[in-house]
Design a protein around this ligand. Structure first.
Ligand code: ZN
Ligand code: FE
Length: 242
């Protein structure tokens, strides 16, 4: 039931995640931004095996390492069907499905918007969710395939989780997100967090994971009034040169 998590930077600004179910020793990686970096981290972990890949969506910086990791470890690949556009997939999952990593239960939550098939993996017992490119610290994913209404609904599903749920986002975009947040929302909590984010990045520290409570208080997309306001903010962020 207890889940150990190793987070490490990959590519330009992605995070890779290796997770281990303490009871069984089974290991999964969430998304496959860089197969060689993941294999090196696996080696450094001493965990000695890779049982599962859990893909959140089909983009190459999330599924591009599937084939190489399967070849190297024989792991099973689980994800939304859209992954098959670019990479191998063994088991297709969607909203409401459950994935077991040993004794750890992961609930699949559909969060369309960034892509149409995007999913999130949520462990209620561990209060953690792997959210891919749906929500970022002080930000959210771009709308490549879905509508603003879909993304607004997806973000609100995540906001409905308990405040202490830790959100593991797939990118370190937080400093840029904080600059945009300051331009559209001058709430004291937003300013305070932006300062903390700039200082953390100055020290080279990650700002991921975040929490549901923190995002509800300071994320300009979750703090939008409604879907229309959200759509305007998302469009403004796309054009923002901060
Ligand atoms: Zn993406
Ligand atoms: Fe991405």
């Amino acid at each position: 039931m207890a889940l150990e998590i190793r987070q490490f930077p990959c590519l330009q600004d992605n995070y890779g995640f290796l997770i281990r179910d303490a009871a069984s020793g089974k290991v999964a990686c969430v998304d496959t931004p860089d197969a060689e970096a993941i294999l090196r981290e696996l080696e450094a972990s001493g965990w000695g095996r890779l049982d599962l890949i859990l893909n959140t969506h089909w983009h190459p910086d999330h599924a591009g390492g599937n084939a190489r990791l399967k070849e190297a470890t024989g792991c099973e690949i689980v994800g939304p069907e859209e992954v098959t556009r670019i990479a191998p997939l063994d088991r297709k999952v969607g909203d409401g499905d459950t994935v077991w990593l040993g004794e750890t239960r992961l609930e699949v939550v559909a969060t369309p918007g960034h892509t149409l098939g995007h999913i999130v993996y949520f462990s209620p017992e561990n209060s953690v969710a792997f959210v891919g490119d749906t929500v970022f610290a002080m930000g959210c994913g771009r709308l490549f395939e879905g509508t603003a209404e879909q993304m607004w609904e997806s973000l609100n599903r995540l906001a409905g989780l308990a405040d202490d749920v830790r959100l593991y986002c797939a990118h370190e975009y937080t400093a840029a997100n904080a600059r945009f947040a300051l331009a559209v929302d001058d709430a004291p909590a937003v300013r305070a967090r932006a300062e903390a984010v700039f200082a953390a990045r100055e020290r080279g520290e990650p700002t991921v994971p975040t929490t549901v409570g923190q995002e509800k208080a300071t994320n300009p997309f979750l703090r939008a009034r409604d879907a229309h306001d959200f759509a305007e903010r998302r469009a403004a962020k796309d054009a923002f040169k901060g």
